[in-house]
Structure formats: structure tokens, C-alpha cells
Ligand binder design. Structure first.
Ligand code: AOS
Ligand code: ZN
Ligand code: ZN
Ligand code: ZN
Length: 424
């Protein structure tokens, strides 16, 4: 479905006066508003190809209809999001779910929608038809060299697809681990995994990064071979300068202080990127900011502070990706909400006065420090984000325009009601 620019302009025109009033009110109390707006215009969040269809749990899946049936349609869906919000200009692919049959065509289609290719994701957590070895007892950690070789070769193949498309990073998430005490030798599992990752690392082009994603548990429930940030950091350190840790917000044990993890990884130059989502219990993959938006803000506060301390570019020096699953919402509406939540947290973090906060810290003024953080968090920054969208040619209110244009209804007409997108 195509959204013509004039429809966006028409929609914006109707609510422009109202927007201007709200924007001027916030802008009047922000010191460096132009600088912040430019940062918001530049910031892009990659959409995972597997989040465009309705997800499910192990109990069932209730399809929503009009889901993308091919990689081309996935790119079109993201193109649509990007047109509405001007901050979803990237896609994260998953092999084998998104094998590009003709990379040049796929590249051209993405370019037409202003979309670049963020990290490529490999898959050694499922057995594919015709594959020689099974991943039932792990992949890179496996006791059998044949299985490890197969997992290595697969990752190298994913890098090759990525090179063709112009991606510059590989995310490795391993389901490896054990379900019961005694099932495996944890030290040997680590060593096998490290050796396997080293072989993949050796194939990375010079300008590429490898992201090692950790996860506390699931599908293994006793041990996970890349189970936390310490283990991921260990792999990344041993692998070399092109290897980094990837933080998926849902992959921690309850109450983990994620912002502190982020601050230290950044300090050690080992933070590679994010899988944004939200959760109440574990890897719930819910809409970003739907459960704990304050935590998201605190994470962004560390990111902004840490990146500025190292002179990093907010928009391009880390991988910003969503990893979510939508069981009851329209996936595209959910993604619009997630992107908005990320932009809100980022904008609020940009409002924190770093000098004032430092002064409060140096004076042990705990009350003042809290006031500074919560002052930023409680600012309604939505008009700033809307203004950034307006300047980027997108919609003031993407979700409302999406509904007004009846996008989902149109997609169902185009693609049918009984569609199942490949993915989680
Ligand atoms: C799994 O729990 C991880 O979050 C993965 O990053 C991701 O969901 C997967 O690679 C998509 O298949
Ligand atoms: Zn993830
Ligand atoms: Zn996950
Ligand atoms: Zn998740």
C-alpha cells in the first residue's frame, strides 16, 4: 500500500495549529531545542523482519491478516512505517526466514523506501529441512564437531548475504545451554562456543561488527551458554575489537539494573547495540515502553551520557533495533508505538542537564540529582518528537494517520486475511 505525500501534508495541515501551540510551550523551556530536534530527526530505529506478522506463544497464534508474504512485502511494510514516522529507516533480517533470492532487487527496493540493512541475524536454534545435523543439544557448544561446523558455515553464509545487501553487522543469538544439571560440561560448552565464534569472526569484513546477544534462560532452563552480559563480554573480549555485546531488554533476570550494565559496557567500548522491547516477567517481547518506561529513560540517560563522554555519534555508532512480538495488536500499530516510546525516552534523556547533574553528584546532593532526572522524565516531549517528524516530512501523529488511511484494511484487501508471515 502506498501512502502519498500529499495525504501526510493534508493530515498535518488539519492539526498544525494545535501542534504549534504545544510545541512552543515545551520549546520555551528547553535550552538547546534546535540541537535536540536535529538529533531526533537523525535517530533511526531498525525494525526486525520477524515482527511484521502476528506472533504467537507456544499455546496458539491468532493471525491478524494482511501480513507480508515475502521479503519484498516486509520491506514495503517498513517503508510505510518510515513514511509515517521518519524514524524507522532500517531493517534487521533473519536467515533463513528472509533469504534474498535477488539481492540487487531487494537492495533497490529498500533504497527506494529509504531503508538500510541493519544487523543480519543467524538461526541455529531451529532445524531446517534438509539439514544434516540437529541442534537439539545446541549448536556452537555441541559435543559433535559436525554440528559445530554446520553452525559456523551457516553464520558465514549469513555474513555473505549481508555483504550483498550492504549490512555491516551480524547478531548471533544462541539457544545453546542445558535443561538439567549434569547435562553438559559448562567449561567445555563455553570453549566450543568460543572456538566456533572465532571461526565466524575470522570471516567478518573489516568494517563489520559481531554482536553477541545474551539471554538468561529459554529455551534452556538450567544453563545458557551465553547467559548474561558477563559471559557475552567474555566472548566479545576474547574475540577481538570487532565483537560487541548486544543487550536485549527482555533477557535479564528480574530487577536487573540494565542501565548500569549499559553504562559499564559503554565504558569498556564493548556495547554494540540493542534489542528494544518491554516485559513484566522475562522475554515477553512486549511493546517498548508499555510496562516500564522509566527504566527505558534511565537506560537512555546512561547512553547519552556515556556516548557524549566518548564523543560518539548517537545515530550511527550503536545498533538500535526492536525485537518484539505482537500477539493481540496489529503489528504495524505496535511498532509505531514502540518507535515512539524509544524516541520519547531518547528525547527525555537529551533534556537531562549533564553539568547540573554532575554538580549535584559532586555535592552528594541526592535530592537534587533525583529532581533533575525526574524533571526530564516528567516533561511531555511528544511535541518535540512530532516537530522532528514534521521537519522530516512525516506525520505529526503517525498512529492516527495509519488508522485514518485504513492501512490494515487495505493490506488485507491486497494480501488476504489468511496470511502467515515467517518469523516468531
Ligand atoms: C531470542 O530470544 C532473541 O531475542 C533473538 O534476538 C531474537 O528474538 C531472534 O533472533 C529472532 O529470531
Ligand atoms: Zn533479541
Ligand atoms: Zn529474546
Ligand atoms: Zn525478546
Amino acid at each position: 500500500m502506498l501512502v502519498e505525500k500529499y495525504k501526510i501534508d493534508q493530515f498535518n495541515h488539519e492539526i498544525l495549529n494545535d501542534h504549534k501551540r504545544k510545541f512552543e510551550f515545551v520549546a520555551s523551556s528547553v535550552k538547546n531545542v534546535e540541537e535536540i530536534l536535529q538529533k531526533l530527526v537523525d535517530f533511526q530505529i531498525a525494525i526486525p523482519s520477524w515482527a511484521l506478522g502476528t506472533g504467537g506463544t507456544r499455546f496458539g497464534r491468532f493471525a491478524g491478516g494482511g501480513e507480508p508474504r515475502s521479503l519484498e512485502e516486509k520491506i514495503e511494510d517498513i517503508g510505510l512505517l518510515h513514511k509515517l514516522n521518519n524514524c524507522s529507516g532500517a531493517i534487521s533480517l533473519h536467515i533463513p526466514w528472509d533469504i534474498p533470492t535477488n539481492s540487487n532487487n531487494i537492495k533497490a527496493l529498500a533504497a527506494q523506501h529509504g531503508i538500510r540493512f541493519d544487523a543480519m541475524n543467524s538461526n541455529t536454534f531451529q532445524d531446517q529441512a534438509g539439514q544434516e545435523w540437529s541442534y537439539k543439544y545446541g549448536s556452537m557448544q555441541h559435543i559433535d564437531k559436525g554440528v559445530r561446523r554446520q553452525a559456523i558455515e551457516h553464520n558465514i553464509e549469513v555474513i555473505k548475504y549481508g555483504i550483498e545487501l550492504g549490512s555491516e553487522s551480524l547478531t548471533v543469538w544462541l539457544a545453546d545451554g542445558s535443561n538439567f544439571p549434569g547435562q553438559l560440561n559448562m567449561r567445555k560448552a563455553f570453549q566450543n562456543t568460543l572456538e566456533s565464534l572465532q571461526e565466524v569472526y575470522a570471516e567478518l569484513p573489516d568494517n563489520w561488527k559481531m554482536f553477541v546477544e545474551y539471554k538468561a534462560f529459554e529455551p534452556n532452563f538450567y544453563s545458557t551458554t551465553v547467559g548474561d552480559w558477563g559471559q557475552s563480554f567474555l566472548y566479545a573480549s576474547k574475540l577481538g575489537p570487532k565483537a560487541y555485546t548486544l543487550v536485549d531488554l527482555g533477557h535479564h533476570l528480574p530487577n536487573a539494573n540494565i542501565e548500569q550494565i549499559v553504562a559499564l559496557l559503554l565504558m569498556e567500548e564493548k556495547l554494540g547495540g540493542f534489542h528494544f522491547n518491554d516485559s513484566k516477567y522475562s522475554d515477553d517481547d512486549l511493546t517498548v515502553g508499555s510496562i516500564n518506561p522509566y527504566q527505558l529513560f534511565l537506560i537512555f540517560k546512561e547512553l547519552v551520557e556515556g556516548m557524549d563522554a566518548r564523543g560518539m555519534n548517537h545515530a550511527s555508532d550503536l545498533g538500535w533495533m526492536i525485537d518484539a512480538s505482537h500477539n493481540v495488536k496489529d503489528p504495524l500499530e505496535d511498532l509505531l508505538q514502540s518507535v515512539e516510546a524509544i524516541m520519547i525516552a531518547y528525547a527525555q534523556a537529551l533534556l537531562v542537564d549533564a553539568k547540573e547533574l554532575e554538580a549535584a553528584q559532586l555535592a552528594n546532593d541526592v535530592v537534587r540529582a533525583q529532581e533533575i532526572l525526574q524533571g526530564a522524565y516528567r516533561t511531555d516531549v511528544r511535541p518535540l518528537i512530532a516537530e522532528a517528524r514534521l521537519r522530516g516530512g512525516a506525520a505529526l501523529e503517525p498512529l492516527n494517520l495509519y488508522r485514518q488511511l485504513k492501512v490494515r484494511e487495505n493490506l488485507i484487501k491486497e494480501r488476504g486475511l489468511k496470511t502467515v508471515a515467517t518469523g516468531l
